[in-house]
Design a protein around this ligand. Structure first.
Ligand code: FES
Length: 77
């Protein structure tokens, strides 16, 4: 049976792309791959989530992480 995983949504819409979502996505991937987090999280790439001005953005646990702040996301894990 599949184990329960938490979702991390990362916007890859055009405005976030312009604001550097690719490198942010890489950072999120590295964070999720860390030994203590392995297999617990699932990254989902999304289209625009209507926070374009604060991109790149991620949504985790119903909270929006703005400006590609990996530290903020790390604090919530
Ligand atoms: S393009 Fe990412 S929120 Fe709009």
């Amino acid at each position: 049976m599949a184990t329960y995983r938490k979702f991390v949504f990362v916007c890859t819409g055009s405005d976030c792309k312009r604001n550097g979502c690719k490198s942010f996505l890489k950072e999120v991937k590295n964070l999720v791959k860390m030994d203590s987090h392995k297999g617990k999280y699932k990254i989902v790439k999304t289209k625009c989530m209507d926070f374009c001005k604060s991109g790149p953005i991620a949504v985790y646990n119903n909270e929006v992480i703005k400006n590609g702040s990996i530290e903020e996301l790390r604090g919530k894990f």
